[in-house]
Design a protein around this ligand. Structure first.
Ligand code: COA
Ligand code: AMP
Length: 631
């Protein structure tokens, strides 16, 4: 060990202003910041408040100006459509600055909000960068969300425009986006006046005259230059799940994002300008924002944008084919993808088919990484496999084995140590720090580093009450865990009603709101249960109204359909059953935490597969055996 990690971590803790002031010198500014941090109004902090810059400039123009114009910026690989394409920095700049011109021609100006509801196509990244170029605030909505969720976001962010595509491609089915978009606009109170639609040949959509424009007809507009923006201006709003059904609009600023993501590419991921980096996620999630689009491009690296699944497109060797074909040096995905591959290729036969000599490290995040998956990946790949922990709110890893600083020993079950900038502590309910090895709430001491969220869109009060009120002086992560005597952090579980399904963050509260709206349902609870493939899946338990005589099965199937319609297929809500009553406290509060504990396997281990309806009976049995609901 070189001690470089400790040195950097201590430097960031002792003098955050010096540390991040130095990091800020590595990126491009119109006006370099003189003030590094303004933290007079905690928890609202401002990084680089008097600096002016532009995220698109840092992602594209800066690299073309410095001679990287002919290097690849973006590689698109879509086995589900049999398409491959690549863009040099110069070509991407041309596409982005022209599309930015199209936005301006449609009246989009600095500060306007633009929703992007797209599958994994290069145009999604082009749309994001075009917004950044002119100072419009993008809000990307994941394609697996239903019309209702899209409508909620259109209303909350008060979008002036939606950029979408005619369809997305999921295994065995085409997802027609346009009818979902039309329905969302119908449902929304704030109606965007213009939509730009990318027509895909797999399923072109009918355009609504006067509102919808065809991407191909507007994209070749006059290019526009980068707007000079304040570091503290919003770059984007990204909605994420909280305890209630109302999603939280995480706001990220421009300067903080540029400095932190640029720093993390080199120091966390060990990726240099010119290296090929691949994050197999989706632009609808924070990983897609930070490490498919912005981070690699800020750093002058080449990013891979992948449309497909790890298995079945065409076989479990797709990831390895891509790593070999493009010379990927560092790859990032969720453990669930590895569990899917391991299931289909337990011996790693497909791994052996490819030359992976250029592949140096695998990073996993998005959910707890089970030691089995970690061991399998390390054994079959023979490279460092690094679990790292972060959240939409934080924007980049809070805890990792910082490969670019030095590789620390990998400890299975731990995402290693706090990343410089994140002063992580474990607290009890009185905000006192607990001893090493003791479980408590994972909290981060002020100030959060650059790149963390600056507020919730239009809701400063919820920002304060959700994250900063319970533990004064700290950001409350919503995760519980411990730090061992060697300083390794262990993330154990959420402390709220958020669950993690196939690396996708979902709110059980939102699902409960949907179930409760069913006319035959008196009350309900949704809890996450352990699942061998997806980590967790939701289980709904409903109590029917007195006098309901319809079949329970029929009602449960209706609730499953309702969640799909209202939240979307991504909720993966497939298990529901009726019970006579739910476990409650004396004052009538449903014992969700207790149910979660039981269902999550602390008192009982979930069987390996969830496809079997008998499992539900088993869970009910266990609940009954433990004296909970009388079912
Ligand atoms: N648009 C429309 N529908 C989508 C979608 C999208 N962008 N993404 C997922 N869905 C649908 C799926 O088709 C599926 O629908 P179904 O009920 O009709 O089968 C449903 O949402 C659930 O999707 P998912 O939970 O992802 O399950 P899956 O079986 O389709 O795939 C994995 C499982 C593990 C292969 C996949 O989740 C994966 O590759 N995950 C790892 C990478 C990742 O995205 N991580 C996130 C953050 S790092
Ligand atoms: P998201 O905001 O979608 O990135 O989800 C963040 C949540 O995912 C965290 O609060 C954790 O509960 C969980 N999570 C992410 N990465 C990890 C990890 N490496 N280990 C354990 N949990 C994780």
């Amino acid at each position: 060990m070189t001690g470089e990690y400790n040195q950097a971590y201590e430097a960031s803790r002792q003098d955050p202003q010096k540390f991040w002031g130095d990091a800020a010198k590595d990126v491009g500014w119109f006006e370099a910041p003189k003030t590094i941090l303004d933290d007079v109004n905690l928890p609202f902090i401002k990084w680089f408040p008097d600096g002016t810059t532009n995220a698109c400039y840092n992602a594209l123009d800066r690299h073309v100006d410095s001679g990287r114009g002919e290097q690849l910026a973006l590689i698109y690989d879509s086995p589900v459509t049999n398409t491959k394409a690549s863009f040099t920095y110069r070509a991407l700049l041309d596409r982005v600055s022209r599309f930015a011109g199209a936005l301006v021609a449609q009246g989009i100006a600095k500060g306007d909000r633009v929703i992007i509801y797209m599958p994994m196509v290069p145009e999604a990244a082009i749309a994001m960068l075009a917004c950044a170029r002119i100072g419009a605030v993008h809000s990307v909505v994941f394609g697996g969300f239903a019309a209702n969720e899209l409508a909620v976001r259109i209303d909350d962010v008060k979008a002036s425009m939606v950029i979408s595509a005619s369809c997305g491609i999921e295994p065995g089915r085409l997802v027609a986006y346009k009818p979902l978009l039309d329905e969302a606009i119908e449902l929304a109170t704030n109606k965007p006046t213009c939509c730009i639609i990318l027509q895909r040949q797999q399923a072109p959509a009918d355009l609504l005259s006067g509102r919808d424009l065809d991407w191909s007809e507007v994209e070749n507009s006059e290019p526009v230059p980068c707007a000079e923006l304040r570091s503290t201006d919003p770059l984007y709003v990204l909605y994420t799940s909280g305890t209630t059904g109302e999603p939280k609009g995480v706001v990220r600023d421009i300067g903080g994002s540029i400095v932190s993501l640029n720093w993390s590419m080199k120091n966390v991921y060990g990726v240099a300008p010119g290296d090929v980096f691949w994050a197999a996620s989706d632009v609808g999630w924070v990983v897609g924002h930070s490490y498919i689009v912005y981070g690699p491009l800020f750093n002058g690296s080449t990013s891979v944008l992948f449309e497909g699944k790890p298995v079945g497109t065409p076989d479990p060797g797709t990831y390895w084919r891509i790593i070999e074909e493009y010379g990927v040096k560092v790859f990032f995905t969720a453990p669930t993808a590895f569990r899917a591959i391991k299931k289909e290729d337990p011996k790693g036969e497909y791994i052996k088919k490819y030359d992976l000599s250029g592949f140096k490290a695998l990073f996993l995040a998005g959910e707890r990484c089970d030691p089995d998956t970690l061991d399998w990946a390390m054994d079959k790949l023979g490279i460092p496999v690094i679990d790292h922990w972060w959240q939409t709110e934080l924007g980049w890893p809070a805890c990792a084995n910082c490969l670019g600083l030095e590789l620390l020993p990998v400890v299975p079950g731990s995402p290693t140590k706090p990343v410089p900038g994140f002063d992580i502590r474990v607290l009890d309910e009185n905000s006192a720090e607990v001893a090493a090895g003791e479980i408590g709430v994972l909290a981060i001491k002020h100030p959060l580093p650059p790149g963390s969220f600056t507020t919730l869109w239009g809701n400063d009060q919820r920002f304060v009450s959700s994250y900063f009120e319970n533990f004064p002086g700290y950001y409350e992560t919503g995760d519980a865990g411990f730090i061992d005597e060697n300083g390794y952090v262990f993330v154990m579980a959420r402390t709220d009603d958020v669950i993690n399904v196939a690396g996708h963050r979902l709110s059980t509260g939102a699902m409960e709101e949907v179930l409760a709206a069913h006319p035959d349902v008196a009350e309900c609870a949704v809890v996450g249960v352990a699942d061998a493939m997806k980590g967790q899946v939701p289980l709904g338990l409903i109590v029917l109204n007195d006098g309901v005589t319809r079949s329970t099965k029929e009602i449960c199937l209706e609730t499953i359909q309702l969640v799909r319609e209202k939240i979307g297929p991504v909720a993966a809500f497939r298990m529901c059953d009726a019970v006579i009553r739910l476990p409650k406290t004396r004052s009538g509060k449903i014992l969700r935490a207790t149910m979660r504990k039981i269902a999550d396997g602390e008192d009982w281990k979930m069987p390996a597969t969830i496809d079997d309806p008998a499992i539900l009976d088993e869970i009910i049995e266990v609940l009954r055996g433990l004296g909970y609901p009388s079912v």
